[in-house]
Ligand binder design. Sequence first.
Ligand code: CFM
Length: 543
Amino acid sequence: MASQESIQPAEVRQELIKVYPPKVARKRAQQILVNERQEDGTALTIAANVRTTPGIITQRGCTYAGCKGVVLGPTRDIVNITHGPIGCGFYSWLTRRNQTRPPTNEHDNFMTYCFSTDMQEENIVFGGEKKLRAAIQEAYDLFHPKAIAVFATCPVGLIGDDIHAVAREMKEKLGINVFAFSCEGYKGVSQSAGHHIANNQLFKHVVGRNDEVGPGRFRFGLLGEYNIGGDAFVIDDLLERCGITLVATFSGNSTIDKFENAHTADLNGVMCHRSINYVADMLEKRYGIPWIKVNFIGAEASAKSLRKIAQFYGDEGLAQQTEQVIAEETAKVVGIRDEIRARCRGKRAMLFVGGSRAHHYQDLFREIGMETVAAGYEFAHRDDYEGRHVLPTIKVDADSRNIEELKVEPDPEKYRPRVSGEAARRLESAGYRFKDYDGMMLDMPEKTLIVDDISHYETERLIEIYRPDVFCAGIKEKFAIEKMGVPSKQLHSYDYGGPYAGFRGAVNFYRDIDRMVNTRIWSMIRPPWDQTGPALEASYGNE
Ligand code: CFM
């Protein structure tokens, strides 16, 4: 293949598309773009959040995964019951991914359990409501939890079990909060639909139930942080040292009490815009809490986010304390970063992850001098690519209409604007931006490749053409990529490493990437297209 410098992204794009039948090729042509700015400075239009063409091997997950696995999964004291065949519950059992830290062993922590109704053929034929009722009762008798949540899987929707009626009935009977999610896997084109369903039900059944305003002058809510590899522990510690009180996180290291109290924060910071922007907007509309986009992936991004949060409260002491924490933490990062940058500079990464990490992790690579030559989300929407200014122009199709859009009004008693119009204007004129996100594409250099919902075939072609130094993806792709002689870093589970958030996390990430891109082992693997003889050869030791 041509040398790296002579690779023409426009030709690569054609190369990826040309194998498809004409109709599919036309569709993929709108999802595979060479990044460039339009005349008015905005990003190109990408076709995102659309159905994957059957037959193409996608890396996407299902709606149930987005609802149960992602949003509710990290909450430790809700008994999350999967109503369905056992596989769905088992594969969304997150004990090695999300972490949680109950204050004592006496506190509830159900994350180590996998609750499922284990539906059998008989239940599919005759209905599963009876079994669900019994499962809720059994969970209650065993654990006496504060809340039980029920998640529907595909067969439940197909046979029409009324999980909400069962939840209502059991809520009344047991006197605890029982609520259900119609998050059947097929409900949307990806896990993204599951986020929305999760956000809606949390808002309907949980948020706002406890009005007690706890201590802390600078009360903050973190949205879209799921404590993968202990990230939330690092962020929580940073906020605390700055003097910022974390009221609730959706939903890393969270509890149901925190959700119920989330409306008492004065500012929300959105990490993963894709999965939680609905809660951010609803908290603003109903309770008057403004939100800003934050990012704790990358040392510089973390410093910027802490400053942004502190700036909102307009307190001199808080600003000073925050600067001190940033200075202490930065001092621990720079030496290692510079040493690693000397070894990693100029190397190339590709990032194909979910709905926010493909963007956020580019900062970490930049810090060690590495460039991201191609990136894409599995299931993000146009706003995550192009910025929120495109929201009014996003076409609402049948798949999006399938998901309920909650009508949220200001709460007559609890709505309280957190900043006066004047204060907001002052902040905005100093460059502060509420409720805004620029998306991934404007943050990437021109001539990089943007691929939405990348297929397995396209992954292989990109690797053959570019030979990147590292390819960030998930478990489905990892070993196929590594067999091609390119190291793959899982950014969903962190390969069970991490944390990667904050300053401490950045150092962990630099070190892990340094090891991956600078080991010689990958050069010893011959990729399949480069093999003339057998893949492996051996001889007897005594010959
Ligand atoms: Fe948000 Fe996430 Fe992600 Fe996501 Fe996910 Fe995830 Fe992800 Mo895997 S909520 S969009 S649905 S940051 S599970 S914790 S790593 S694909 S980039």
